[in-house]
Design a protein around this ligand. Structure first.
Ligand SMILES: C[S@@+](CC[C@H](N)C(=O)[O-])C[C@H]1O[C@@H](n2cnc3c(N)ncnc32)[C@H](O)[C@@H]1O
Length: 217
């Protein structure tokens, strides 16, 4: 039965991919533009959380190079080891982000680039709600995902078995708005990772702000 299948550990696929992931996604201009969007709004020396920080590139590297303080959290020990080596000016922790105690309103910005897809829908909703409280009022949260109407689908990602769950674009927008964020800008694109097993995939980047006052109603 479907619910009896054991969920592949997210760390397993990313431990196996390591630097290959970075190479395959290095060409994403939308990811670069998203970081530029954030950099244009951050005050000097801002504190940024990078959820599912991967190899540290491009996100943590771009942010520390611009003078910001970055905490990256990733569940894959291989990714964390690579990131710590490649971006020594950032701090990385190897953990499931859901297990890390993080104070509300303690970051100027939170980045969530493609790190929700291994969680089921309830877990994604719960995590987005929690992450939405981490930016200070008027701080930012940038979230990118593959906006598909899929739930618990077994897939092969760059040769690795993964179980993928996501939401269609409009449901994702509703989800972040219900978590209390304003969507200031969004960009959708198609991207083909530079990998022999890769196919074009839709990407959606949501650039959000935590309002100064909680939204009513
Ligand atoms: C698709 S990669 C994206 C990496 C990076 N954010 C980027 O865009 O280049 C997803 C990353 O999220 C990590 N990840 C997945 N679920 C996680 C969780 N619950 N807590 C922390 N990291 C997680 C994976 O280990 C992987 O390194």
């Amino acid at each position: 039965m479907t619910h009896d299948r054991e969920r592949p550990r997210p760390a397993a696929a990313f431990d196996a991919l390591g630097a290959e992931y970075e190479k395959a996604f290095a060409g994403s201009r939308t990811h670069r533009r998203s970081l530029e969007w954030l950099l244009a709004r951050l005050a000097p020396g801002s504190r940024v959380l990078d959820v599912g920080s991967g190899t540290g590139r491009p996100t943590a590297e771009t942010l520390v190079n611009a003078g910001h303080a970055v905490l990256g959290v990733d569940v894959s020990p291989v990714m964390v080891e690579l990131a710590a080596r490649q971006v020594p000016a950032a701090t990385f922790r190897c953990a499931d982000v859901r297990d890390v105690p993080l104070e509300d309103a303690s970051f100027d910005a939170v980045c969530v680039y493609f790190s929700l897809l291994q969680l089921d829908r309830r877990e994604q909703r719960d995590l987005v709600r929690r992450l939405a409280r981490l930016p200070k009022p008027e701080g930012y949260l940038v979230l990118a995902t593959v906006p598909l109407d899929v739930e618990d689908v077994d897939a092969v990602f760059m040769g690795q078995p993964v179980r993928v769950t996501s939401f269609p674009a409009q449901e994702l927008v509703t989800l972040v708005e219900e978590a209390g964020l304003e969507v200031l800008a969004q960009e959708a694109s198609m991207f083909t990772p530079a990998h022999p097993d890769a196919r074009p995939e839709p990407h959606l980047f949501l650039h959000c702000r935590r309002p100064a006052q909680p939204r009513m109603g």
